[in-house]
Design a protein around this ligand. Structure first.
Ligand code: KG4
Ligand code: ZN
Length: 350
């Protein structure tokens, strides 16, 4: 059995977790910086780094306390090496390196998106192990920083089959919420405000690429919403009440339809029986429902992590480190671990 302690600081959540054998989550405290970034309408990188510095040591201690364990029982330390905000990544990496050195533990670097894709395998002690997706499968990683479809041949063997050509889907939710003065993060607020709205009130076209590529694009949709707002001539400066709900429901429908269309097409093209939906935007109930419906009608099963493990967390990082961590039990800290650097831009399949 490998017991891994992981640290995740790639964006605006300071997180640590202890996970056994790559799947059983013993503790996973998260210190969120949402309230700090809210007044700026998005993540301010410098503030993110500074607050990771303040929060990281208490959060790691909390992970140990909640798990009622200590360093003698930890087999390896995992850390998000990238991609992400470089200043934010460096805080987690330096703390992980120091702890690994001080306690003579192996240090296992993890790709943030590999973590998101792994979240579907996590469970709590005493709960049955989720019936994970079969290999090969298709995975959609959709968050504030990424929107990509992968063909996952085997654990750790991944090919990217589609990517966003501009904004990430979560970024589009955040920007539209900001344009409408709704606050940050936009995804959950838009989902809530759009309830009861007519999702056919406004028609937004879904971009298609001539080459037939399954790539995503969300900047046109964002601009289309902005144009609606500029041309709005109601009693208030911005749509309110039903009009607001209609606009947001139509925006959400268009974003969700694009995500579902590309993922279903990828699943068909690669003849897989399982699809994983992961990342912060996977919390969206409309996306979950529509994706499940569309895939099930093709006989494909959808796997989605629970919402806590869709948004950024360290349990997914500890879990993803599982096999490599297991192989390194007892090897202690190495010179290579000490030299490890953050990688702000890092493709999952390279
Ligand atoms: O995975 P995550 O926590 O961080 C990144 O790696 O980016 O994802 C955060 C993103 C934000 O853009 C947020 O607006 C979006 O996920 N999000 C949602 C929902 N909950 C979070 N988007 C749509 N609907 C939601 N319910
Ligand atoms: Zn993420």
């Amino acid at each position: 059995m490998a017991r891994v302690l992981a640290i995740e600081t790639s964006c605006d959540e300071t997180a640590a977790a202890i996970v056994d054998d790559g799947h059983c989550v013993i503790s996973d405290p998260v210190a969120t910086q949402i309230d700090i970034h809210r007044k700026y309408g998005g993540v301010v990188p410098e503030l993110a780094s500074r607050n990771h510095i303040v929060d990281i040591v208490p959060v790691v201690q909390e992970a140990l306390d909640q798990a009622d364990t200590d360093w003698s029982e930890i087999d390896a330390i995992a850390v998000t090496r990238g991609p992400g905000l470089v200043g934010a990544l460096l805080v987690g990496l330096q703390v992980a390196k120091s702890l690994a050195y001080a306690h003579n533990k192996p240090l296992v670097p993890v790709h943030h998106l590999a973590g998101h894709l792994h979240a579907v395998f996590l469970h709590r002690p005493g709960e049955p192990r989720p019936v994970g997706p079969n290999y090969p499968h298709v995975a959609l990683a959709v968050s504030g920083g990424h929107t990509a479809v992968y063909y996952v041949e085997a654990p750790g063997r991944v090919i990217q089959i589609a990517n966003t050509r501009d904004d990430a889907a979560g970024e589009a939710f955040d920007k539209v919420a900001r344009m409408m003065g709704l606050g940050y993060p936009g995804g959950p607020i838009i989902e809530r405000t759009a309830r009861g709205g007519d999702d056919r009130a406004h028609r937004f076209t879904i971009p298609r690429f001539k080459s037939g590529a399954l790539d995503f694009s969300f900047s046109g949709l964002k601009t289309a919403v902005l144009t609606k707002l500029k041309n709005y001539s109601g009693p208030t400066p911005l749509p309110e009440g039903q009009e607001e709900a209609d606009l947001l429901a139509s925006f959400q429908r268009s974003a969700v339809d694009q995500l579902v269309h590309r993922t279903v097409a990828a699943a068909k093209a690669h003849s897989v029986g399982d699809v994983v939906l992961a990342g912060g935007v996977a919390c969206n109930g409309v996306l979950r429902d529509k994706m499940r419906e569309a895939l099930e009608s093709d006989g494909v099963q959808l796997h989605v992590p629970r919402p806590r493990w869709c948004t950024d967390n360290a349990a997914m990082i500890a879990g993803s480190a599982g096999v490599e961590a297991g192989l390194r039990i007892g090897t202690g800290h190495t010179q290579e671990d000490r030299r490890m650097n953050a990688v702000a831009s890092w493709r999952l399949d390279r």
